[in-house]
Design a protein. Sequence first.
Length: 158
Amino acid sequence: MILEEMLAREAIRDTMARYTVAGDGLRLADFLAVFTDDAILESEGVPEADRFRYAGKGEIGNWITRWSERARDASSPTHAATFVRHHLATSKIDLLDSEVARARTYWTAWTDIGPDHCGYYLDEFRRCGDAWLIAHRRIRLDWRAPESLFVTAIAHSN
């Protein structure tokens, strides 16, 4: 492995961490900064109620704004959690060339009840200047606690 490949992998890991911290904190500008302008964010292999697909920063921004507004609306919140923390685990990053990479990353979300739901991200990253940004993120759900605080979250933010 050469230095350039190591730096690319570390930049991709940094992008994943920035996505996670910004998403958990509902920080719109920081969240959008990790995506290419034409990015796609979608769920895949999930129950119908959890399906979504947003194309472009505009649609992604509208979704995270709705999520944020509903999360702060006590009369009809997005979900019942008082906090959410996504923890990233194993991540296999494949550099396809100097401009494109793919990754598979396992995650677990913790909320008030403990482990709430988990799955993995299937990502395509694209180099944009010195940064590696998410061009396509497919979110797969492997498991959700029976009492998950996110059962209605997607439906409430669409």
